[in-house]
Design a protein around this ligand. Structure first.
Ligand code: HAS
Ligand code: CU
Length: 554
């Protein structure tokens, strides 16, 4: 027997004021992405031997530009997009409104955080990159700004949990609708994951930048950072998976094959995303090899929920394409509705993500990491993942989301389809350059044009990075243009609904899967794994050795 799946028993309409806040949160995200990619162009051209950064207003050094690029793209854009998009999907899934005060607080903290960090970065007081490794030191406004941005995500999570509690009160014993479940699980994972960075910033970096404590412990800070810094990549990715599971099947004309499968994948992310941070610290001294190896093994485990996602999404795409007359072992792929710009961008993003996943496994392999760590290979990997799987999918989602939030038609479907392809071609060229350069030792985080050890062998790789990055930049600008034209001049339409998939196998009303909705079991499991994966290091290392003064080189 299947439980009734009632996404939305009373019809769904958020009050205009709440829709407006969500709309502006999404706009904030894409504006941040725009600022970030302008600086990204500067980075890509640097590899190709062209230094355009000096023409950018206020940009004094390469590291200042790289910090702006990383913070705006990887933090401000992603947080804004996740907060806005997943509040909407939670509200829609549960058929409830958000709490007004919490929603407003989310937006205010996000804007304030963004402004404070921007002040520090644009005035040259925080050229410490988005990883802000001590002993590099930034102005306190940078740390406070980032902390506030994280607080905005916690407020988002609280808003979801308040909605969930209200819904449970009215629907005792019912299964949580899938759309809401996936959205809430994403933030529960992040609530636990973000504790590392919160402790690092609030107890160490902020007091240190204010002169309240005289030193920090670089190794301990890095460990706290990567406690959060790995799972943050899934906090970027899971909102996209919400779309790939709950919306893409519908857009492709297919169905999601199993509700339980999707839930289990998200629960696996809660359990496995966090205890893997040492795979960013394989070369750090002070952490024993066997615990690094344990994190490497767990990293292979967290590969599986993404692999599972690939199968589920592929099934939905094939089902849709066969319904549209697709045939053969692979030729059905041509019958996917490629003219839908939203779907097209997301499928191209998936294709890039397959390459991102493979390079991720290479990074995670304990010994292979020695070859690629700190080389351009790593930006090659993460422009396929966060830079495409996430960013290009978000652009694709925006192609229905902005029309939905403004009650307007997308300004030009054709330009939007071309945009997706251009980005895809751009990132393939870009990452081909970065990856091959990295394998030849081309470093990351370096102003290559000025490096005295620049090798001629890197020339082709570097030129490809420059060309690919330029195409990605042009494409991103096309996306912003389409979105702006839609919001300002798009043809008015009647209010519509989100593209929500049907499920072949709905959530059973009885049996063990009912317990999946209780996130506390997964939370207990991850706390246990964290204790196991980080406990021995902490026991050995604590108390922190607060000895390093701050340095500001740039
Ligand atoms: Fe990573 C470094 C390992 C996923 C982002 N990663 C980074 C950094 C970033 C990043 C930003 O183990 C650099 C941080 C810094 O500044 O230092 N990563 C992995 C592994 C995965 C992985 C094993 N990374 C991501 C995701 C990211 C991201 C997701 C952002 C969103 N990564 C590492 C490691 C390092 C690292 C090491 C440290 C390296 C070092 O030395 O510094 C896995 O989770 C990947 C799983 C992915 C898959 C692919 C599934 C494919 C799907 C699409 C299906 C397609 C379909 C359509 C259906 C298993 C779901 C088909 C279409 C056709 C046309 C056929
Ligand atoms: Cu990682």
């Amino acid at each position: 027997m299947s439980a009734p799946i009632v996404h939305d028993p009373r019809g769904f309409a958020l009050p205009d004021s709440q829709r407006a806040i969500i709309r502006w949160t999404i706009y904030l995200g894409f504006s941040a992405l725009a600022i970030g990619v302008i600086n990204g162009l500067g980075q890509a051209l640097n590899y190709a031997g062209v230094d355009i950064l000096r023409f950018f207003p206020g940009m004094r050094t390469y590291y200042q530009g790289l910090t702006v690029h990383g913070v705006f793209n990887a933090l401000v854009f992603t947080f804004s997009f996740s907060n806005g998009f997943l509040l909407l999907t939670t509200a829609r899934g549960l058929g409830r409104k958000c709490n007004d005060a919490l929603l407003a607080a989310m937006f205010v903290t996000l804007v304030l955080g963004g402004l404070l960090a921007s002040f520090a970065m644009f005035t040259g007081r925080a050229s410490v990159l988005f990883t802000f490794y001590p002993p590099l030191q930034a102005h306190w406004t940078y740390y406070l700004g980032l902390a506030l941005a994280v607080v905005s995500t916690w407020i988002t999570s609280a808003t979801q949990l308040v909605m969930l509690r209200g819904w449970r009160g009215e629907n005792p014993g019912a299964r949580v609708p899938l759309l809401a479940f996936l959205s809430i699980a994403t933030y529960v994972m992040w609530d636990i994951a973000s504790v590392g960075i919160a402790v690092e910033v609030v107890f160490f970096l902020l007091p240190w930048s204010l002169g309240l404590i005289s030193g920090v412990d670089p190794l301990f800070s890095r460990t706290l950072f990567w406690f959060t810094g790995h799972p943050i990549v899934y906090f970027w990715l899971l909102p996209i998976y919400v779309s790939w599971y709950a919306m893409v099947p519908k857009q492709a004309g297919g169905k999601l094959f199993s509700d339980t499968y999707a839930r289990v994948v998200f629960l696996m992310f809660i359990v496995l995303s966090i205890p893997v941070g040492f795979h960013h610290q394989f070369t750090d001294p002070g952490i024993s090899n066997q615990w690094k190896f344990a994190h490497a093994v767990l990293t292979f485990a967290v590969f599986f929920p993404s692999l599972a996602t690939a199968f589920s999404v592929m099934y939905a795409l094939e089902m849709g394409a066969r319904r549209r007359g697709g045939r053969g072992l692979a030729a059905w792929f041509l019958k996917v509705p490629w003219t839908d710009p939203s779907l097209c961008a997301q499928i191209l993003a998936m294709f890039a993500f397959m390459l991102g996943g493979i390079t991720g496994l290479m990074n995670a392999s304990f010994n292979m990491n020695q070859v690629v760590h700190n080389t351009a290979f790593i930006p090659g990997h993460f422009h396929l993942t966060v830079g495409t799987a996430v960013a290009l999918s978000a652009m694709g989602i925006a192609y229905w989301l902005v029309p939905y939030l403004t009650n307007r038609k997308l300004w030009s479907e054709r330009v939007a389809v071309v945009q997706g392809w251009l980005y895809f071609v751009g990132v393939l060229i870009f990452s081909r350059g970065m990856i091959s350069g990295g394998l030849m030792g081309m470093p990351r985080r370096t102003l290559i044009v000025a490096a005295p050890y620049h090798k001629p062998d890197w020339n082709l790789a570097a030129a490809l990075s420059g060309v690919g990055g330029t195409l990605m930049f042009i494409s991103a600008m096309m996306c912003f243009f389409v979105l702006a034209m839609t919001a300002l001049l798009g043809e008015k339409t009647e209010p519509g609904d989100l593209p929500l998939t049907e499920t072949i196998e709905g959530p059973p009303a009885t049996g063990w899967t009912v317990g999946l909705d209780r996130l506390r079991y997964s939370v207990a499991a991850v706390l246990f794994l964290i204790a196991l994966a980080y406990g021995p290091f902490l026991l050995h290392h604590l108390p922190p050795k607060l000895q390093s003064p701050g340095y500001t080189f740039f």
